[in-house]
Design a binder for this molecule. Structure first.
Ligand code: A2P
Length: 345
């Protein structure tokens, strides 16, 4: 009989954590047990899983001793504290926070793009930022075929990327506005209902937001190419699930839109939806609940030689977070060498 694994999900009560549970179940991950971990705030609450319920436990340094692997989605400070503890306990961590992504000891993995770097992991593996993951799944076949010199991207990001409270804030503000009430806010600095906020994460010294700089730095690390020039504008939009991106690239060698579309249609994890004459292009509403990345509106960029532009959409909680993390977990359990337990942190 093939082996089954004891899996921990830290942040199980949150928006991404719940989706991790869904992905483990729907993708048929070989789990023997699933331990739901969170803070004392939600300890004791029950979550649906695999036709039954599991009880959330408060995370402690001992939580990882009986686990084969864990997926963390509980924010950077929790990851900073607990990922090394888990790794030292012999429980490799796939971390959804930004805490470890740029650490040289930590592979930053999108399975369709750079699964090979998993071999170098030392107990902590980082899941990239949601916007970066979907963009790179779409660009990988072009990068491999003709190289990419420059990327310009504008994102249209769903509120679920901020977490459960932001989902509730958009719903509540929408209800308030329809009832002629003043919308209340606590998560975002401005009303998000019927609005667009060009502000995701904090602003940095160069005028870009941290989210925008994550797209720059993480793209370079995942492609292993510091020469790519990247500029991003990240915008929060009043959509519950699914990030959309307008992407402009300048390739190193020429490729026409038809050849690019053909390459993308054969790439793993990527679905081309590109028939504008029949109103067919990727939509957040169609991507929600799906594990694939969707690309369409693929066309030559008329402002630039060797330029292409496209529209890329994915469910930010699935491929952008939980789905990518569970795919990494699937790669780990497929290769016993990757589940060695002698890590020093
Ligand atoms: P809790 O429900 O106990 O607050 P979201 O991104 O949707 O806001 O979810 C964040 C997740 O991270 C929740 O499951 C939350 O648990 C968990 N979390 C946040 N802070 C901590 C912490 N200090 N220790 C453990 N879990 C935490």
């Amino acid at each position: 009989m093939s082996r089954e694994y004891n899996v921990g999900v830290l942040g199980a009560s949150g928006a991404v954590g719940r989706e991790v549970l869904n992905c483990l179940e729907e993708r048929g991950f070989p789990w023997a047990s699933v331990k739901a971990l969170a803070s004392s705030r939600s300890a004791g609450s029950r979550l649906e899983f695999a036709g039954g319920e599991i009880t959330v436990e408060e995370v402690t340094p001992d939580s990882f001793k009986d686990l084969d692997l864990a997926i963390f989605s509980a924010g950077a400070s929790t990851s900073r504290e607990y990922a090394p503890i888990a790794a030292r306990s012999g429980c490799p961590v796939i971390d959804n926070s930004s805490c470890w992504r740029m650490d040289e000891r930590v592979p930053l993995v999108v399975p369709e793009v750079n699964a090979r770097v998993l071999a170098r992991h030392r107990g902590i593996i980082a899941n990239p930022n949601c916007s970066t993951i979907q963009m790179l799944v779409a660009l990988k076949p072009i990068y491999d075929a003709v190289g990419i010199r420059r990327i310009v991207v504008a994102t249209y990001q769903a509120v679920s990327g901020t977490g459960q409270k932001a989902i509730e804030e958009l719903a509540e503000q929408t209800r308030q506005i329809f009832n002629c009430q003043e919308p209340t806010r606590s998560v975002y600095p401005h009303r998000i209902a019927f609005n667009c906020l060009p502000h995701i994460d904090v602003f940095t010294d160069n005028g870009y937001s941290k989210e925008e700089m994550k797209m720059v730095n993480e793209t370079r690390k995942i492609f292993g190419d510091d020469s790519i020039k990247i500029s991003a504008t990240c915008v929060r939009v009043p959509v519950f699930y699914g990030h959309s991106e307008a992407v402009w690239i300048e390739t190193a060698r020429h490729i026409d839109a038809g050849a690019a579309r053909e390459l993308m249609s054969r790439a793993p994890g990527l679905l081309v939806v590109d028939d504008p004459d029949n109103n067919k292009y990727p939509l957040a509403t169609d991507a929600a609940g799906r594990d694939e990345v969707f690309v369409g509106r693929i066309r030559a960029d008329i402002s630039c030689d060797n330029g292409l532009t496209m529209w890329v959409v994915a469910d930010n909680l699935r491929k952008g977070a939980a789905g990518n993390a569970v795919e990494i977990a699937e790669l780990l359990v497929r290769d016993p060498e990757l589940l060695k337990t002698d890590w020093v942190w």
